[in-house]
Each structure stands twice: as C-alpha cells, then as structure tokens.
Design a protein around this ligand. Sequence first.
Ligand SMILES: CC(C)(COP(=O)(O)OP(=O)(O)OC[C@H]1O[C@@H](n2cnc3c(N)ncnc32)[C@H](O)[C@@H]1OP(=O)(O)O)[C@@H](O)C(=O)NCCC(=O)NCCS
Length: 157
Amino acid sequence: MAIRVRLFHTGDAPRIAEIVQRCLREVNSRDHPQHVIDTMCAHFTAERVIELSASRLIYVAEGDRVVGTVSREGNKVYTMFVDPDFAGRGIGRQLMQQVQDSAVCDGYDHMETGASITAHGFYLRLGYTDVRTSETEFGLNYILCKTLPLAKAARPL
Ligand SMILES: CC(C)(COP(=O)(O)OP(=O)(O)OC[C@H]1O[C@@H](n2cnc3c(N)ncnc32)[C@H](O)[C@@H]1OP(=O)(O)O)[C@@H](O)C(=O)NCCC(=O)NCCS
C-alpha cells in the first residue's frame, strides 16, 4: 500500500484519536501503569486533536485510510503515532522526514522531541541524540535533538 503524508483536516480527528488510543493501550502500556495509560487516553480525544491543530501543524500518513500521525510546534515534535497494524513499515520514518523538512523550510536548524521509553530507540535510529531525561506525570521522558540540513534540501508539502 502506497503511503502519502499530507496535512491534517478536521475530519481526521476521530481516526487520529483512535490510533493514539490504540497505541497507548497496545504498545505504550508495556512501559506505563494502567492508570497512566487511562489518563493519557482520556486526554487524546478527537476534540483535543482539533484543539491542538490550532497551535500545531499536524500531519497524517494515509494509504487506504489514515494510519499514522505526527505534529510539530516550531521545532518541537509531538504526537508521533503509527497504527500498530502498520508498524515497522517505514511510516514513522516517512512522517518524521516530512515534519523535519517543513521545519527546515521555516528556518529551523535543529529538531527537538520528547520520547517515552517505547519510542526512544526509534528516535535514536533516526539520528536523534539524547540531551537529557526528565520525570513527567507520565513517567520517564527522554529529550532528544537532531541537527537539520540546510533549507535547500527541504521538500515542503
Ligand atoms: C515508535 C513508532 C512511532 C515507530 O513507527 P514505525 O512506523 O513503526 O517506525 P518505522 O518503521 O518508520 O521505523 C524506522 C526505523 O526505526 C526502527 N524502530 C522503529 N521502532 C523502534 C523502536 N521502538 N526501537 C528501536 N528502533 C525502532 C525501525 O527498525 C526502523 O529502522 P530501519 O529503517 O533502519 O529499518 C511506532 O511504533 C508507534 O507509534 N509506537 C507507539 C506510540 C509511541 O510510542 N509514539 C511515540 C510517543 S513519544
């Protein structure tokens, strides 16, 4: 299935909330206690996704339907989630490439992200390096960053 990355439309919000909640319950639940997963799921509703779209650039990866999402605010990455049925097919990498390219177009020279235990190895694989760790209400969080290439290499949507 060919996957393309495009900008978010309001109509994507229920599907994004569904993907995030499935990831939290089926993947991230390995690293967090149940009450933390419940709190995070309650936070990521379709309404919340629409609220966030006012301040964040949200992207979706779409084949026959939406299968992943990522967003950025300035040079910070948020909400990187791929439908567990489609994990390990390069969709996360494709989404991150798009978000990095658009940050380059906006003049940023580096990207920052916060990663849970689950996603830490993913970001290291994509060339991010550890800056520090912090304890949040959701547990251990890795802060990572990556230097971005010059603007001429960017491919904006
Ligand atoms: C982490 C996640 C976004 C990765 O998406 P994905 O589409 O499965 O990742 P890709 O297939 O694009 O993988 C890109 C590379 O990272 C590697 N990788 C993916 N997940 C990894 C992990 N958890 N640990 C180590 N490496 C990982 C892949 O092997 C691949 O390497 P390669 O290109 O050299 O073969 C996805 O598994 C997910 O949504 N997880 C649950 C939600 C989550 O934790 N989100 C982040 C919140 S901070």
